[in-house]
Design a protein around this ligand. Sequence first.
Ligand code: AKB
Length: 316
Amino acid sequence: MKKILITGALGQIGSELVMKCRDVYGADNVIATDIRTADSPVVHSGPFELVDVTDRQALYDTAKKYGVDAIIHLAALLSATAEKKPLFAWNLNMGGLVNALEVARELKCQFFTPSSIGAFGPTTPKVKTPQDTIQRPTTMYGINKVAGELLCDYYFHKFGVDTRGVRFPGLISYVTPPGGGTTDYAVEIYYKAVEEGRYTSYIAEGTYMDMMYMPDALNAILTLMEADGSKLVHRNAFNITAMSAAPEDFAAAIRKHIPDFEIEYEVDPVRQAIAESWPDSLDDSAAREEWGFRPEYDLEKMTADMLTKVKEKLRK
Ligand code: AKB
């Protein structure tokens, strides 16, 4: 990757990925794009363009203007929002993806887009979910993700586009809040712990999902994009995870720093049903073997860092 275009640059992943890529590849070599603008370092520290990913021509023109050789396509609706607006999600998630793939094909760009634990469903083996297994998701988001995984494979086999991707678990970060996901509770819990010393979880006790701290997610993207393509058997949709945790595990980790922290439950049936249809834990051995994926943060290490960073942020 020498010149990278990133869509959804102001979102939870994009806002940190843009800054990391600008550090690694140079500010002028990372073109951040989003459908909206904001008073953000993403907009002020390097090239930024307003682009709606459902407008293929606009995406093409922007990629061409900067002569990019890689596209990281992040613009998409997350699971809970997609369940509220399924048709809109289909149009944005699938329309945006096929447009971005077409631009990558026409301009011979390397390509990355994330899939998710949401690409699995209730009939998938729940524990240590294998890399290659049953995928019959019951959410619009999951349907988009499975179709996206297949589409990326198709663009590689049919057109030779160097497509790569991972299945992200719930991502936890203190920079930009996630919006409309099922795993968002795992970010909110840290803010509420610092602000109020208590949290009401919309996900039930005992509901396990895979999670990952944002620095590990960003490293995963760059490591996979820089990996030797000839060693990739799977290319797209690698299972990756850093921890499998339920709300009470987060609470216990937080209590090591805030001993009086309390958690209670008011379960949201929609997001709970989505969570229950997803795996408890993934087997990420293919990612470890094929491109050396190694997360640094477990629950304890992430919790210590999150609480420090959230406190600093709220003090400002
Ligand atoms: C969501 O909850 O929708 C996302 C995801 C796991 O893909 N965080």
